[in-house]
Design a protein around this ligand. Structure first.
Ligand code: NAD
Length: 370
């Protein structure tokens, strides 16, 4: 059926195709029960693309990606590709997509489902009801800026160095995304850097301060040093709503926040580009935080919830369908509350199920919700 919602599905390698195929059952469910259809296209990426075409991302798939409203990505990689040259490795397919689409805003929610409150290493009262979002700048900063390298020194030793560099427009555009997101949530933004010791941090704070003064009308805003933020995430994570930070600190703080919630199999993410002034379109790629999990691939053991929550994020951020995203998240919550568990989140006294049976349960909750 023709639809104005163009979704490119790139399942990838390992458990990617297993969890993506389960999520497509929910896409079918939306068409059948909510009359919302997607214009679906499927492509190869990563090792799967290398096996068929000798490259982890073909130009055709890239142009499909640029034409789509959103990409639903599985995962890439596997031990059989370890010896490939750097440029042909499966992960290069994902990195090329991020670069070509300029996906500079990486959203990593950390949300604790009530039924999973005992899976965290932190005390129940600290994480019960937790729902925060880490927004990481993904295309600038120390992972990309020049100069960088390893050079020989005259005494026979070496020096290794990187550059942390941000420009005013780079800081402003990620700051604006943070404010947009906070307006759809609980209206609070915490900007994180180390302005006490880094010049890039001084500029970051200065630009964010001005941006908040001029554009954050009605939002609560604050600044925090990254080391303190790490401590606060473990001490009292519920004080936050949206945390916006650079590439390096975002890498660390988002992993820290993620682990507040328990399993890797439950963590979604989204990477967004800028809104195009003429088309009003924003490139977007949705993927679980986990990789291709070769140790469990093909065994019906993968948890499909991270992939499903990634799809649910696409409903919120690309397709303006928050009610449907709510339905999906409530169904997951209800299934977990009944003690249905894939092996990665199994606990004593609960019911162990396979990948597809987990999704059977979620779909049947969806059926009962309408
Ligand atoms: P991984 O995330 O694939 O797996 C880590 C551990 O978590 C494994 O024990 C795995 O079984 C488990 N796990 C992961 N997802 C799960 C799920 N949905 N349900 C149940 N258990 C799950 O990380 P890794 O083992 O370090 O990497 C494996 C491959 O994935 C490598 O080739 C790596 O490069 C690649 N990778 C890809 C991405 C991506 O596609 N974005 C991200 C990370 C790693």
């Amino acid at each position: 059926m023709a639809s104005n919602r163009k979704l490119l599905v790139l399942p990838g390698d390992g458990i990617g195709p297993e969890v993506v195929s389960q999520v497509l059952r929910v896409v079918d469910w939306l068409a059948a029960k909510r009359s919302v259809s997607f214009d679906l296209q499927e492509g190869l990426v990563g090792g799967a693309a290398y096996d068929s075409h000798g490259t982890p991302l073909t130009d055709e798939t890239l142009s499909d990606a640029l034409a789509a409203d959103a990409i639903l990505f599985g995962s890439v990689g596997g031990p059989q590709y370890d010896d490939l040259p750097f440029e042909l490795k499966p992960e290069r397919g994902l990195l090329r997509l991020r670069k070509e689409m300029d996906l500079f805003a990486n959203l990593r929610p950390a949300m604790v489902f009530d039924a999973m409150v005992d899976s965290s290493t932190l005390k129940k009262e600290v994480i019960e009801g937790l729902d925060i979002l880490i927004l990481r700048e993904l295309t600038g900063g120390i992972y990309f800026a020049e100069p960088r390298g390893i050079e020989d020194l005259s005494d026979g030793t070496k020096k290794g160095f990187d550059t942390n560099l941000y420009t005013t427009p780079e800081i402003e555009r990620i700051g604006r995304v943070a404010m947009d997101l906070a307006r759809k949530r609980r209206n609070k933004v915490t900007s994180v850097e180390k302005a006490n010791v880094m010049m890039s941090g001084v500029l970051w704070r200065d630009v964010m301060t001005k941006l908040f003064e001029n554009e954050a009308h009605g939002l609560e805003t604050e600044h925090m040093y990254a080391d303190n933020c790490g401590m606060q995430l473990v001490r009292n994570p519920k004080q936050f709503d949206v945390i916006v930070t650079d590439n390096l600190f975002g890498d660390m703080l988002s992993d820290c926040a993620a682990m507040l919630t328990g399993s890797l199999g439950m963590l979604p993410s989204a990477s967004l580009g800028a809104v195009d002034d003429t088309t009003q379109k924003r490139y977007a790629l949705y993927e679980p935080v986990h990789g291709s999990a070769p140790d469990i691939a093909g065994k019906e053991m993968a948890n499909p919830i991270a992939e499903l929550l990634s799809f649910s994020m696409s409903l919120r951020y690309s397709f303006d369908m928050p009610e449907d995203a709510d339905l999906i998240e409530k169904s997951i919550q209800a299934v977990l509350a009944e003690g249905i568990r894939t092996p990665d989140i199994m606990q004593e006294g609960m019911t162990l199920v396979s990948t597809s049976v987990m999704m059977d349960n979620i779909v049947s909750k969806l059926d009962r919700s309408v």
